[in-house]
Design a protein around this ligand. Sequence first.
Ligand code: HEM
Length: 124
Amino acid sequence: MIDLTTYRLVHIVGLAVTMLAIGALTMHARAGAENPPASQGARKAATMAHGLGLVLMLVGGFGGLARLGAGWPTWVIIKMGVWVLLGGLPVLIKRKPAQATAFFWITAALVVIAGASAAFKPFA
Ligand code: HEM
């Protein structure tokens, strides 16, 4: 049986991989590196890492939630909203590369919201 600590680790590794990927995607877009084939490969690698990170975050998050036996509290609903927004970011970054730096910092703000939800469990 997988314990809470292991699920937390999976969750945080997923978060780290997702953040690395969004960092790469935003800076790639900012550099305007859309044309050369090598740069397309870099974007593809970052997009795949983004997907993997999101899955790990979800597995670790819901596994941990099950171990906590907390049901569906508001702090989890907030985190799910953040997760969905993080999932949509690669499309937004590709469509609006001029806003890449703004997306970078919006992502940081989303992590503050999700992290604070886990730490303080508001409206528990
Ligand atoms: C599907 C959505 C998510 C679920 C179900 C979920 C669930 C959880 C659970 C159960 C914990 C452990 C809380 C505890 O042990 O008291 C946790 C911790 C945490 N989550 Fe999430 N989470 C989700 C999304 C996110 C997202 C999107 C982020 C960041 C962008 C995030 C960041 C964190 C952080 C920083 C922690 C603190 C580490 C810890 O104490 O384990 N989570 N989450």
